[in-house]
Design a protein around this ligand. Sequence first.
Ligand code: LLP
Length: 431
Amino acid sequence: MAATEAQSKLAHVLPLGSRIDARGHLEVGGCDTVALAREFGTPAYVYAEDDLRSRARAYVEAMRVRCDAAGHAFDVLFASKAFPCTAAYRLFAAEGIACDVASGGELALALRGGFDPARIYLHGNAKSLAELREALDAGVGHVVLDSFDDVERLERVAAERGTRQAVLIRVTPGVAGRTHASISTGQADSKFGFGMDDARRAIERVRACDHLELQGLHMHIGSQLLSLDAYRPAVEAIATLGDFPVYNLGGGLGIAYTAEQQPPSIEEYVDVQVRAVTELVGSGKRLLIEPGRSLVANACVTLYTVQTVKRNVSTWVGVDGGMSDNLRPMLYGSLYEALLADRADRVGEGERCHVTGKHCESGDVIVHDVPLDDPRPGDVLVTPATGAYGHAMANNYNGIPRPPVIFCKDGDARVVVRRETYDDLAARDVD
Ligand code: LLP
């Protein structure tokens, strides 16, 4: 396949600005991925910094145009669970967007990355007293209430501090987006938020709290949604709960993991959300959205080195990572593409292979049935679209140190999270 054809097949899966050079090498952020593997080792998460920035700007611009027209104020929140590291928080803080955190740990990282606490939203279906205290002591702008226990506990913590805390109430509207069951959240009887009837009671209860200021409602109906159909019915449901100044519509926009997947654009997603609130609730609101995956997933590729090629009934290409750096195939049966870094012009050519990790489980397969051009030990293998929930869910199974995170821009590469060492593996062992 000619370089341009290979490039265009995966263009929407690879980081923006990726190209295949004259030698057939894949470049990300202006850096040759073969050279990156040599310099930084593998496995490694390689991000194109410009891609992260440009998606944040696309979200802000899409919101600006549509919210201005409908008389809404707005904010875009980085759903930081998708990629929680200091450099990511710093980058998005510098882009001027806000941030949601799902725990005290993410809050600590967000503060370390320079986020203005007033622009941080704390989520969580089982927040601890300690986390609520940390959040209020830090001065977080909003806490998203998720249960009656949460309401009582936060009222107590705010009272202890003599403050009045701005809050949103998370509602599960009884409308689920079509996605993997583990990441569907909008259905009735969810562990998240208040069901519709409880939401009505929660609104009354919070309004009666001296130290909580109810500003509005939150919903997040699911993740990796490749259809936008569920958003409007979800807004329709929460619109029956009354009229509030603030609506946080969550995240969820799906991305292309494979060449065949064609997700809606950021503009289409924002259009559906803003239109739904404007038409079903009214104008002059403050609208918040919380993209995670669609901000960061396609900005990154993982680099591996092929260790073994085993020709059995199938061809098994074993690499130096796997379910420790990418749990998603194991958890959700997620599909990925794979290509060889120095034969990127031959995407789609060669024998069909399974790319496997090095872990002691048969399910540790990163990509099933992908054509690779005569893979050999020592080849650098690339899996695109690993920027969301990859680093975030990485683990040390089988004593594998977690990979570094490398940011690339205009041909320069810098390590923003270093590779773990064997000493790190023992760092918490006290005996
Ligand atoms: N807001 C809330 C309250 C959420 O729970 C989530 C994701 C988001 C925003 C961001 O959603 P996104 O735009 O990324 O779809 N580990 C799973 C994904 C779990 C998503 C959890 N919540 C995966 O790897 O697919």
